[in-house]
Design a binder for this molecule. Structure first.
Ligand code: ATP
Ligand code: MG
Length: 631
């Protein structure tokens, strides 16, 4: 048996041999003539000359062997709808939508913007685009008009697929209204808008432009649309990053490399194979949704669960009831979502039969040890962190149980995944830090493995400028995250490079302080930012959400609680890391993908404007920060 170490080493020593082997995990129409073309670094082309199709790999190739197996299970606690589509039924729906899009004038290489709630039609639309070689650009359904308009203008779609409304915690979100506003603002409006009518909100249709999905579907019931065979490097989609640290970047993904990487990740990391049921609680508007709701489970012949609803409605047991009912084997969620559950009754974690569930994966943000332990003990299953980015499309760091049963370490997302040459570089000098336990920027030596972004949509220069340096001698991709590596090769992510604070000459990761504060038993969630200080350069300031807020509901109790929390930091990290203040709030400003907007908190704490807020989830959270500071 190969050890993981040897397996990973081979992926770097012999990338062409290694990836040629992995390429067998998918179907090719024409075989590739070259595994990797890295003649113009940092641009990497994988499986040159090979032609394939994502929809073929996700659906068609399974029809003969598993046509009657469920492919997509749709559950909505917003509308009460539950529906299962077998691979054959999914095939039919995707062919219909492919026919509809072609009928609306979409051809290979055209962009189709998908602005939809978590409904099955969104998945059909993505796969239909893949089928006909159109490039989808899914925009998260919670974005308002201005954010949507920017993305319309960047992607310049021929057609937009949308719906009358989404629904969040029982309240309709008027997609069509927002979309009309966005199209009004856009310089490159689409020629057609295809609209699913869920009858959740009133819809005014624009004659000549707006087309009803159900009506058009009825005209395409029997369509069979052949797959377009795309060259491996032809784009499959554009997806914008979350915008946590600035203007979102349009990540462009290829076709062949992506399919191969996803299939390999399902075997190596997610331990999920044909016939299994995979449930990712993400949204199709994010990269986790693209890779692990839609493409990866289907490519390997697994059943995927798509859930519309919040994690605590009707109560905090809803996910686990889905696991029981549909015999979910593998789950994927985020630390933010788990922290939401943490504020609810832990008995709900034990209420359902979770026998089918093997593993729970979490990604998207640092996973603090208390949260990891809470959920792992609560459901009695291994909880596995993994670290990656919209840019990479699949994990950079993970625990590869599929090759060898590697142990997890709390606080570490694991070791580099196959094909990633992950290194730590000194931010100031650019030198590689080869010794363990040295803090630096986490970077990947080029070429990036298959599946990673190939460029910024329409802007090769921005891609190179933003991500790549040729220091010291090779092309190096920056993740913009801080990290360290221990003597066993496990990495620890310490936060983003712009989340480091400098207190009297000591450089501290905000993550370390947050982690320390969250070990206080009454802390549900906490954000730490650096605030300018005349004396020390910067000081740490914390904003915490308490599990039991009554423990700090008077000034006296607040001060006592604050003191207790500071003591935790003193004893764990030392007084230098102690926050100057700990403020209590009931909500923290986050992006719509659930990431803390430290940038905005910091701006407010320093008395500045909060900056670009187009991706914020709940603007009222900013008011709480302001109030807390001025209280
Ligand atoms: P933008 O790049 O637009 O500012 P973003 O970085 O939040 O937004 P994503 O691609 O959604 O956009 O997020 C990737 C980032 O999330 C990583 O660079 C890292 O900072 C963080 N992250 C993801 N997974 C983990 C993890 N397991 N542990 C720690 N941090 C993580
Ligand atoms: Mg990022």
């Amino acid at each position: 048996m190969t050890t993981y170490k040897e397996y990973h080493a081979r992926s770097l020593r012999d990338p062409t041999g290694f990836w040629a082997d992995q390429a067998r995990l998918i179907d090719w129409h024409q075989p590739f003539s070259q595994v990797l073309d890295y003649s113009t670094p940092p641009f990497a082309k994988w499986f040159v000359g090979g032609t394939t199709n994502l929809a073929h790999n996700a659906i068609d190739r399974h029809l003969a062997t598993r046509g009657d197996q469920p492919a997509l299970i749709y559950v909505s606690t917003e509308t009460g709808e539950e529906k299962t589509y077998t691979f054959r039924q999914l095939y039919r729906e995707v062919n219909r939508v492919a026919g509809m899009l072609k009928g609306l004038g979409v051809t290979r290489g055209n962009r189709v913007l998908i602005y939809m709630p978590m409904i099955a039609e969104a998945t059909f639309a993505m796969l239909a685009c893949a089928r006909i070689g159109a490039i989808h650009s899914v925009v998260f359904g919670g974005f308002a008009a201005v954010s949507l308009a920017t993305r319309i203008d960047d992607a310049q779609p021929t057609v937009i697929v949308s719906a009358d409304a989404g629904s969040r915690a029982g309240k309709p979100v008027p997609y069509k209204l927002l979309l009309d506003e966005a199209i009004e603002l856009a310089k490159f409006p689409p020629s057609k808008v295809l609209l699913v009518d869920r009858k959740l909100a009133e819809m005014k249709r624009v004659p000549g432009r707006d087309v009803d999905y159900a009506t058009l579907r009825a005209q395409h019931m029997n369509d069979e649309v052949p797959c377009e065979w795309l060259e491996s490097s032809e784009p499959s989609y554009i997806l914008y990053t979350s915008g946590t640290t600035g203007t979102p970047k349009g990540v462009q993904r290829d076709t062949g490399g992506y399919a191969v990487a996803l299939a390999a990740s399902m075997r190596d990391i997610f331990c999920c194979e044909a016939g299994d049921t995979f449930f990712s609680t993400s949204d199709i508007g994010w990269v986790v949704g693209h890779s692990y709701i839609v493409y990866a489970p289907l490519i390997v012949g697994a059943t995927t669960v798509m859930y519309e609803g919040v994690p605590v409605r009707p109560d905090g047991g809803i996910w686990w009831s889905i696991v029981e009912k549909y015999k979910v084997n593998v789950m994927f969620s985020s630390p933010t979502a788990i922290r939401v559950l943490k504020k609810h009754d832990p008995a709900l974690l034990r209420k359902y039969d979770l026998a089918s569930l093997r593993l729970l994966f979490l990604a998207g943000e640092p996973l603090d040890e208390p949260t990891a332990r809470w959920i792992s003990d609560g459901i009695g299953k291994p909880v596995i962190d993994n670290y990656w980015q919209t840019e990479t499309g699949w994990p950079i760091l993970g625990i590869s149980r599929g090759i060898q049963a590697l142990p997890s370490k709390f606080g570490s997302p694991g070791v580099p995944a196959a094909g990633y040459s992950v290194k730590i570089f000194d931010e100031a000098t650019g030198a590689e830090l080869t010794q363990p336990h040295r803090k630096g920027v986490v970077a990947i030596e080029g070429p990036l493995p298959p599946g990673c972004m190939t460029t910024v949509w329409g802007d090769d220069d921005r891609y190179v400028r933003t991500y790549w340096t040729s220091v010291p001698s090779k092309h190096v991709y920056s993740t913009f995250d801080w990290g360290i590596r221990d003597e066993d090769g496990y990495f620890f992510i310490l936060g983003r490079t712009d989340d480091v604070i400098n207190v009297a000459g000591h450089r501290l990761g905000t993550r370390e302080i947050e982690e320390s504060l969250s070990s206080h038993p009454n802390v549900a969630e906490v954000a730490v930012v650096g605030v300018a200080d005349a004396l020390k350069g910067q000081v740490a300031m914390a904003f915490a959400i308490l599990k039991d807020a009554t423990k700090a509901d008077t000034l006296e109790k607040k001060l006592a609680h604050e003191g207790e929390m500071m003591k935790v930091v003193d004893s764990q990290l030392g007084a230098v890391a102690r926050p100057a203040r700990v403020h209590f709030v009931s909500v923290l400003p986050k992006t719509r993908s659930g990431k803390l907007l430290r940038r905005s908190i910091q701006a407010l704490a320093e008395g500045r404007e909060p900056g670009d807020l187009t991706t914020i989830e709940d603007p009222s959270a900013l008011q709480q920060i302001k109030d807390a500071i001025h209280a």
